[in-house]
Design a binder for this molecule. Sequence first.
Ligand code: BEZ
Length: 248
Amino acid sequence: MGQPCHVSQLGKGIVDLFDPQPGETVLDLGCGMGDLAHEMAMRGAKVIGMDLSPWMIEAARAKYPDISFLMGDGEQFVLDEPVDAIFSNAALHWMKRAEKVVACVWNALKPGGRFVAEFGGQGNVAAVIGAIGRVLEWDYGIDASVRNPWYFSSIGQYSTLLEKQGFRVTFAARFDRPTPMKDGENGLRLWLDGFADAFFEGFSPAEREVAVRKTEAEARDELYRDGVWHVDYRRLRVAAVKPLPKDG
Ligand code: BEZ
């Protein structure tokens, strides 16, 4: 892989940055429904997709029967054979024990292998979390930080974890990607339905409806413009290499 080192790289898709090569073995960690695994396979890589969700794996297998998909936990997986490269998109922020992920990635890579990941960085969806937090605290006396299911790392935190493990960090960047949601007025509630269940655990459907409406009201000034909700995504991209023994 050429070392990505200038700002224009941030405009490229993460698969382009990863640059899968024909014939190399690749693990897609947190592959979801397998679309990026498929893109990498189309470029000639031998891809294994891994995800914790059984229904994601089932859907990925149905959609891309020629690719190997495994159920596995990023915090404690072991591969039968080490791979040339590991890729991950929009998954690592769900894995709160990041040092365990980094150790598994290290063990699953061949010496000289690379790791390229994009995920939510420090400050990701801060306006959404802030709105949920205010509603839960003010109206229900709940400390939302205890329920937060995500780890949004800074560049320094993730690079340090990688370096402690022995990786050579070749690239790290954090950048904003405010993203318009579909479905107009319903955009934020659909996002909350898809991803933010943990905050509303134990709420009845009626209580949840009230809490979601209040969250929308709290977030509106920051995130709703011209009839569209914009989720305040902030990405972290990292690339690292497991050195060959002679590189120390
Ligand atoms: C993301 O940054 O991709 C993300 C964060 C939280 C929930 C869902 C997605």
